[in-house]
Write a protein that binds this ligand. Structure first.
Ligand code: SF4
Length: 317
């Protein structure tokens, strides 16, 4: 369904000629139809930028994105338009991603209008009402405004807007992080149901590792613009290889003081460095307790160390 090759996105730094933010650097992965790839990493590691570059909200600096075998990275806006129907995005914050001046009916119908799907108002209404029903909101809500809904209901509206074009690839950019814990499971279960019913492929961005485990077939770990590890979801929890992945897993809180005391201290120390001047060699070397002189000088290669388990670390050369 999706293949990303050496995808890179740099942003120029205002007022500093020649300097750039290395938001995403040389990312590679493949995603099969119907699969979910969970993408995790600290805030600022480039997860959302990667998602927006794949879907061409941002223009890639270099690299390629193949959707169903077609390279979409160099297409013009006009060439891209029919392809946009195949890939949609669910945004992180349902409080700011819905237009406060539009009714729910118009918000959900907007993609239909942009792609000139319906010929009559009745046809449009039928699709909007069907979608409202699918996300568990009654049609009586159609003429209300976003501020009249709770966070969970707003995210259901965001999902309805993303799915009304019946896309095949859906990018879920932290779709539950702004919601109450009690609502998060409902939204995730709704997304899982749609995946089964509509055979959707998901790129699911999150920083809640337990939720990623629940929804994902594969998990990718990002650090400072690089993908550092990628494998089947269970494998990453049972056999993490990269020191950063181990550190992230070690940081998951345990709801038992006794077990928490037995747990080893997290391997990650200090703050994430600036993406404007990332560390030389392995970008994680400033925080890695296994770092050697080689790590400071030479960037580790992205390699498959066991079947379908990719990692970038000199410890696993
Ligand atoms: Fe640590 Fe070196 Fe591996 Fe980077 S390459 S994660 S610094 S051991």
């Amino acid at each position: 369904m999706l293949e990303v090759k050496e995808l890179t996105k740099h942003f120029p730094v205002k007022g500093k000629r020649g300097r750039v933010v290395h938001a995403v650097d040389g990312i590679n992965f493949k995603l099969r139809k119907g699969e979910t790839l969970g993408l995790v990493g600290e805030s600022g590691c480039g997860k959302s930028t990667l998602a927006r570059t794949i879907i061409r909200i941002y223009e890639p600096t270099s690299g390629q994105v193949f959707l169903k075998g077609q390279d979409i990275s160099g297409l013009s806006v006009r060439e891209l338009k029919p392809i946009r129907k195949l890939m949609q995005m669910i945004f992180q914050d349902p409080y700011s991603s819905l237009n406060a001046r539009m009714t729910i009916r118009d918000i959900i119908a907007e993609p239909l209008r942009a792609h000139k799907i319906c010929h009559t108002k009745a046809e449009e209404n039928e699709l909007v009402f069907e979608m409202l029903d699918m996300v568990g909101l009654g049609t009586e809500h159609a003429l209300r405004y976003a501020h009249e809904f709770s966070g969970g209901q707003r995210q259901r509206i965001g999902i309805a807007r993303a799915l009304i074009l019946r896309p095949e690839l859906v990018i879920c950019d932290e779709p539950i992080s702004a919601l109450d814990v009690s609502i998060q499971a409902q939204i995730v279960n709704l997304l899982k149901k749609f995946q089964e019913d509509l055979n959707l492929t998901y790129l699911f961005i999150a920083h809640d590792l337990s939720m990623v485990r629940y929804v994902s077939d594969k998990v990718g770990v990002m650090y400072l613009g690089h993908l550092v590890e990628l494998c089947e979801a269970e494998e990453i929890y049972n056999n993490p290889l990269h020191p950063y992945t181990k550190g992230l897993l070690g940081s998951v809180p345990i709801p038992s003081p006794r077990l928490a005391r037995q747990k080893k201290k997290s391997e990650i120390e200090g703050d994430i460095p600036s993406p404007i001047s990332p560390p030389s060699g392995c970008r994680f070397h400033t925080r890695c307790k296994y770092a050697t002189e080689r790590c400071k000088a030479e960037a580790p290669k992205w390699q498959e160390v066991t079947t379908n388990h990719f990692v970038a670390c000199h410890l696993h050369d």
